[in-house]
Design a protein around this ligand. Structure first.
Ligand SMILES: O=P(O)(O)OC[C@@H](O)[C@H]1O[C@@H](OP(=O)(O)O)[C@@H](O)[C@@H](O)[C@@H]1O
Ligand SMILES: [Mg+2]
Ligand SMILES: [Zn+2]
Length: 180
């Protein structure tokens, strides 16, 4: 199955150390929307798994998060694509949930949605180590991008087999060239 799982902040849109708190602050990274649409048009299923502790911290509301994701879907649809599943962890670091990356709860939900036993062969694209670690729990393929916190993440030891790309557009180029 051609499934790819994307982190959101720092991969699809600009990240901020002050959190992305509104639709106005949700700014797509160059080439990211087009990359998602290209993958969709080539038969890939695209899912998103995003930590959104800003909800638990009271920085923004669930309605605001939904508005950001509606804007994401609108932009992707304009280019002929669709994100099939957007999973988010609304919890904070002290909530002891099972879905806040690096824990794999969101990835288990995505695997179950597609009736997959695990995520072997599924690229998980992130800018933070925790994105890759969460995917690896289910045997996904770790892809690090240099956008968002990616350059900072590159300073740390990476999981074996991690592939590094400039941005999501470069990931799409690689997957669309490699698997034709
Ligand atoms: O990259 P994804 O998972 O899509 O979303 C990350 C965001 O939820 C925020 O996650 C926070 O981490 P803490 O939740 O405070 O540890 C910080 O890193 C923020 O800069 C960042 O915007
Ligand atoms: Mg991120
Ligand atoms: Zn959670």
């Amino acid at each position: 199955m051609k499934l790819i799982i994307l982190d959101r902040d720092g991969v699809i849109n600009e990240d901020s150390d002050a959190y992305v708190k509104s639709v106005a602050e949700w700014i797509p990274l160059p080439g990211a929307i087009k990359a998602i649409a290209r993958l969709c048009r080539a038969g890939w299923s695209v899912a998103v798994a995003t930590n959104q502790s800003g909800l638990a911290r009271g920085y923004f509301s669930p309605a605001t998060l939904e508005a950001m994701h509606a804007e994401l879907q609108r932009l992707v649809a304009e280019q002929g694509g669709h994100i099939e599943l957007i999973e988010h962890c609304p919890h904070g670091p002290d909530d002891a949930c099972d879905c806040r990356k690096p824990l794999a709860g969101m990835f288990r939900r995505i695997a179950a949605h597609y009736q997959l036993a695990d995520l072997s062969g599924v690229p998980v694209v992130g800018d933070s180590l925790r994105d890759l670690q969460a995917g690896l729990t289910l045997n996904a393929e770790p892809y690090l991008v240099k956008t968002g916190k990616g350059l900072h993440t590159l300073e740390k030891p990476l999981p074996p087999g991690t592939q590094v790309f400039t941005d999501l557009a470069a990931v799409a180029d690689h997957l669309l060239d490699a698997r034709q």
